[in-house]
Design a protein around this ligand. Structure first.
Ligand SMILES: Cc1cc2nc3c(=O)[nH]c(=O)nc-3n(C[C@H](O)[C@H](O)[C@H](O)COP(=O)(O)OP(=O)(O)OC[C@H]3O[C@@H](n4cnc5c(N)ncnc54)[C@H](O)[C@@H]3O)c2cc1C
Length: 380
């Protein structure tokens, strides 16, 4: 056993923490109020190499693995959950192309979305197919004459969908086969027949734009198929296993950020003639918050370690995500409570963090579906 980060990982954490403090924290409240996608800070993330973490350098990536991804996503979430969500979800598509794509796809798409400034999106959910992804209705039927897939259907709740240059779309290439007829297809922004529908007005992570995608006879070259026809569901589930580690890192980071703010406030705020840090009731809150967050941290890093070591990690990723998400809600709630009435006001970041934390129990699989995955793994 070795619980130490390498020097390189520690350096990455220091630099990412500095980036989050300088670039993300100052705009976090503004993004929330204005519901604005932070294009300028995404460009800075690209310039710093964060958009290519986990992708080999030969394709424009920054190298590293899931531990490096978790470090960055965690540090960003301490200061701005929306920005953390943006980078975490962006990374799903380059990782998927790197794992399942052809050499041509890697050369064509990866440099564009790792170091080229293009955002990526992952589109599985549909109005009638959320947890039950197998109920998807979007089709991609091959036209043998032009060797193009013709996409028809609607995806909903897609993070960054309206901003993305490259999108992974899951669609039925053989609608008669249900899940076994689902395939993963790369679609580029601006492809005729592809348009952006409703932009959602959300409870939290307002800077992470959430869009509806509409496909009407949208023609995509057959060479954009990732993997083989019919492998889409398997690819989606494997991609989501990795994405869950990212969502878990978001939940971990926001909890740590809320604890940092609470500790500072407890030393500063004076009631009954002394700092509220002297009140045992609040000390017990902090003890619970810190202990549960430390436990969440090791489950998150354990799943990232298993991913990078090539060990099975589906169960661990589900546990890490479910646990860290529950903890993020628990911790942000108590952190707001510690701040009293000020925590409820928009002048302080706690009410935003409380709202932002909630998403981690919903996207990349709900907590309920993680219990299904965990129980299946445990019961055999
Ligand atoms: C802000 C935001 C961003 C998102 N970004 C993306 C994205 O980038 N790409 C993408 O593809 N999707 C995205 N999603 C969709 C997200 O993954 C789904 O919302 C989620 O999977 C749940 O699906 P649903 O909303 O249809 O809920 P439903 O599946 O309808 O679930 C409703 C309730 O039933 C429960 N439930 C469902 N099935 C079971 C079961 N088998 N056992 C026990 N309980 C169950 C759920 O846990 C939930 O409590 C995003 C969602 C949000 C809110």
């Amino acid at each position: 056993m070795d619980f130490k980060f390498t020097d390189g990982q520690q350096m990455l954490r220091d630099v990412a923490a500095q980036f989050a403090e300088n670039e993300l924290e100052p705009i976090a409240a503004e993004l929330d109020l204005e519901h604005r996608f932070p294009r300028e800070s995404f460009e800075k993330m690209v310039a710093a190499g964060y958009a290519g973490i986990g992708v080999p350098r030969e394709y424009g990536g920054s190298g590293g693995g899931d531990i490096e991804k978790v470090i960055v996503v965690e540090e960003f979430a301490k200061k701005c959950m929306a920005s953390s969500s943006i980078i975490s979800i962006h990374l799903i598509t380059p990782h998927l192309i790197n794992k399942f794509g052809t050499e041509d796809q890697k050369k064509k798409f990866l440099p564009r979305i790792t170091s080229g400034g293009g955002l990526a999106a992952f589109a599985l959910t549909e109005p009638g197919a959320g947890t039950d992804a197998g109920a998807a209705r979007t089709t991609a039927i091959l036209d043998p004459e032009t060797n193009e897939y013709v996409l028809n259907g609607t995806k909903c709740f897609i993070s960054g969908g309206g901003q993305a240059e490259v999108l992974t779309i899951f669609a039925l290439t053989d609608p008669t086969k249900g899940l076994k007829g689902m395939s993963a297809i790369l679609v580029e922004k601006g492809t005729p027949g592809f348009s952006i529908g409703k932009i959602e007005d959300k409870m939290g992570i307002a800077g992470s734009e959430t869009a509806e995608l509409i496909f009407e006879d949208c023609r995509v070259p057959a060479e954009n198929l990732v993997g083989k026809e019919g492998q889409g569901f398997k690819i989606a589930m494997m991609a989501l296993d990795g994405a869950r580690i990212g969502a878990a890192a978001q939940a971990l980071g926001i909890a740590e950020g809320a604890i940092d703010l609470s500790v500072k406030y407890m030393h500063e705020r004076v009631q009954f003639g002394k700092p509220i840090a002297a009140l045992q009731g609040l000390q017990w809150y902090i003890a619970d918050m810190a202990t549960k967050t430390e436990a969440a941290k090791w489950l998150v890093y354990c799943s990232a370690y298993r991913h990078d070591a090539g060990l099975p990690y589906t169960k661990e990723a589900a546990m890490a995500k479910m646990n860290a998400a529950e903890n993020a809600r628990f911790v942000t709630n108590l952190a707001l409570q510690i701040h009293g009435g000020y925590g409820y006001m928009k002048d302080y970041p706690l009410e935003r963090m409380y709202r932002d934390a909630k998403i981690t129990e919903i996207y990349e699989g709900t907590s309920e579906v993680h219990k299904v995955v965990i129980a299946r793994a445990v019961l055999g």
